[in-house]
Ligand binder design. Structure first.
Ligand SMILES: Cc1ncc(C[n+]2csc(CCOP(=O)(O)OP(=O)(O)O)c2C)c(N)n1
Length: 668
């Protein structure tokens, strides 16, 4: 292996050596500890350290890196103390994730390291969001995301590179091509000759380099960093290397031909660099030995701290509290539904549901200069439902962003923006399409605060529901998927008043909020909308109709169905509770609704099995049994996909069975 020192000083070259040696010596020690049964397994980076170390050295300390499972060198080069890393790997509460995450699946703001989720590919789009923040602030910075050769096959790789290219974002995408994805060799992973060929397809430049040569890695990435900043463009780097250990420690390497190990052993990044430093007189063998001696001592003293941790004590309250970031002070007044409450304090006008959504968004854009809107066709076109019509003229294309058809990458970018202190709202064109952004929402946005205290300040708008003859993929109710995911908040307004107030509250909330807006209500429902900038509190239900015989607990279009039922059946005294927020549920209001009538129907447009009605009914059974005069009944849509034909859809929707269910309950 030949090294070209460029114009690096001896001091710099020695610094590189020390950074390169440190993760190697840590892992060698870990191998000993593993054999002694003192630690659990991890993903070894032995043989690949020059990439993680060289990349980290080439960036500024405050530029975000999105590392993966084999990148100990990123964590050490960013200066994380071994003692704390050890606490992390031990699952200790004093570690970086309070014992909640394994090995390298954690991040840390102070070190500008974004923790990976196991799914690999999602790291890439987060780098897009960070780079977008740099671009919006006109900062001369890049973000850098790692992927393995296996990870390049994921859709997330395609989406992240495409978005970065289309938006001209200064992101460095770094492939560590180490020959295998677990046991799968590269010839079973992709068909292009080199992975860097893929850059062309996205309209970006790329380069393939020797990933085992620390100077080449450092120098290339430093140059690429300048390029990305100067041209405001992404760049793809393929680093050739080899995985010298099993996929994870102790998992074996039988599937790797022995001669490959021999070949790559000769290219060992640490040994070769060491030889270069000695042969060129930059370090003497004694100098090398003394560095190693110093490190051996350091490892021992750090391990003493690392092994000396207190036992993990589970505190259920703290566990639950940490799922969400604390709300910040809001300048919006929190007001509730009755027009009387706010009439004295501001103007109220009559408007449609769609106007309320739009106004909530518009006032939030005015309020938060750091709020960015993203979605397909939301700029000049105004969005599929025209919610953002006129926004681009007022707020500009930087803040009102048309996106490529890349839902997963846009959710990931939203998270990246949040890392850099931006707020964002992403419009799903239809709630149905959330399935292709599902992983980022469920596994990244929802879990990140619990895992490493980073909030995801993101609102996802979900135009939802049926009743408009739009068929199985433009009509679904999928709120239950998200209600089952700790870390998200789920709101679902049924009136213009709530639509605006909940939109403002969702955007002010530092946590990921799924905002469901029923398409059939957009233009069919009108009501009072205060002109002021106000919030409706997330987590608070609304008692919308007073009655004595049966309580219908519902939300969204269900509220209107329940009202229609009550109007059509004056002989039944109907009480209606609009949940408004589905996560967290307002249990106090639910209990009060049970108390008022002793008979409960939980009604929703979503299909029956596994729907929210089941959750509410179970909670009532557990907590309000003595208040009930009859079993809680559920009224929901049929357990089928949503059919296209109006007749079939009418039969599908819960509303067609409401009369029957209430009748059954009243006769119980
Ligand atoms: C979406 C997903 N599918 C499968 C896995 C299981 N898995 C973990 S690492 C890995 C191989 C990854 O290979 P590569 O991207 O080349 O990275 P390397 O491990 O070689 O560094 C696989 C299949 C996963 N974590 N996530």
């Amino acid at each position: 292996m030949s090294f070209d020192r460029k114009n690096l000083s001896n001091q710099e070259l020695i610094h590189f050596y020390k950074q390169l040696l440190w993760p190697r010596m840590i892992e060698e020690k870990m191998l000993v500890l593993l054999r002694q049964g003192k630690i659990s397994k991890w993903f070894s980076g032995i043989g690949q350290e020059a990439i993680a170390v060289g990349a980290t050295l080439a960036l500024q300390q405050d530029e975000w890196i999105m590392p993966l499972h084999r990148n100990l060198g990123v964590f050490t080069t960013r200066g994380m103390p071994l003692s704390k890393l050890f606490l992390q790997w031990q699952g200790a509460q004093e570690g970086y994730s309070k014992g909640r995450e394994r090995s390298f699946h954690f991040g840390n703001r102070e070190h500008h390291i974004c923790g990976m989720i196991s799914h690999l590919g999602p790291q890439l789009a987060i780098a897009d969001g960070v780079a977008l923040a740099h671009k919006l602030r006109k900062e001369n910075k890049v973000s850098l995301a790692f992927t393995g050769d296996g990870g390049t096959s994921e859709g997330d790789f395609h989406e992240a590179l495409n978005v970065a290219a289309v938006w001209d974002l200064p992101v460095i995408f770094l492939i560590e091509n180490n020959g295998y994805g677990l046991s799968t060799p590269t010839n079973e992973q992709y068909r292009c000759i080199t992975l860097v060929d893929k850059a062309k397809g996205y309209g970006m430049d790329g380069v393939r380099i020797d990933g085992n040569n620390i100077i080449e890695v450092y120098d290339t990435i430093k140059g690429v960093r300048d390029y990305c900043i100067n041209h405001s463009k992404p760049y793809l780097i393929e680093c050739m290397t080899f995985r010298m250990r099993g996929h994870e420690e102790a998992s074996g390497t039988k599937y790797v031909p022995a001669d490959l190990f021999e070949l790559w052993a000769k290219k060992d990044p640490v040994k070769n660099y060491e030889q270069y430093l000695v042969s060129s007189g930059i370090l003497s063998p004694e100098g090398i030995e003394s560095i190693k001696e110093e490190y051996r001592d350091k490892i021992e003293s750090e391990l003493k701290i690392g092994f000396n941790h207190s036992p993990v004590v589970a505190d259920t309250r703290a566990e639950l509290v940490d799922v969400y970031a604390k709300a910040q002070e809001s300048t919006a007044r929190v007001i509730d539904n009755s027009a009387v409450n706010f009439q004295d304090n501001g103007l109220v006008k009559e408007g449609r549901f769609i106007d309320a959504v739009k106004e909530g968004l518009y006032q939030s854009m005015k309020q938060h200069p750091n709020l960015v809107l993203m979605g397909q066709d939301i700029a000049e076109y105004g969005g599929a439902f025209k919610i953002t019509e006129g926004f681009v003229q007022e707020f500009g294309k930087e803040r009102v962003r048309n996106t490529p058809l890349c839902e997963s990458a846009i959710v990931g970018s939203a998270l990246g923006l949040s890392l850099e202190g931006y707020k964002s709202m992403m419009e799903m064109q239809f709630a149905d399409f959330v399935t292709v952004g599902f992983n980022q929402i469920i596994n990244n946005l929802a879990k990140i605060h619990y895992r490493w205290s980073q909030n995801a300040d993101v609102v996802i708008r979900m135009p939802t529901g049926g009743g408009v003859g739009a068929g199985p993929f433009h009509s679904q109710s999928n709120e239950a998927w998200f209600v089952h995911t700790p870390g998200l908040k789920v709101v679902y307004p049924s009136s213009p008043f709530d639509a605006k107030g909940l939109m403002i509250a969702a955007i002010n909330d530092p946590n990921p909020v799924m905002y469901f807006e029923h398409k059939a209500l957009y233009r069919s429902v009108s009501g009072p909308i205060p002109e002021e900038y106000y919030e409706v509190e997330i987590g608070k239900a609304k008692h919308v109709r007073e009655g004595e015989e049966v309580s219908i607990i519902t939300y969204g279009s269900g509220v209107h169905w329940a009202e229609d039922y009550a109007t059509a059946h004056p002989e039944v005294s109907v009480d209606i509770l609009d949940l408004r927020t589905l996560l967290p549920l307002d249990y106090t209001a639910i209990k009060e609704a049970v108390q008022r009538t002793g008979r409960v129907v939980v009604l929703h447009e979503d299909t029956l099995t596994g729907g929210i009605a089941g959750e509410v009914a179970a909670w009532i059974a557990e907590n309000c049994f003595e208040l009930l005069d009859a079993p809680v009944m559920r009224c929901a849509s049929l357990d089928t996909p949503v059919p296209f034909s109006i007749e079939l859809e009418r039969n599908f929707l819960a509303n067609s069975r409401l009369e029957e269910v209430v009748g059954k309950l009243m006769n119980f």
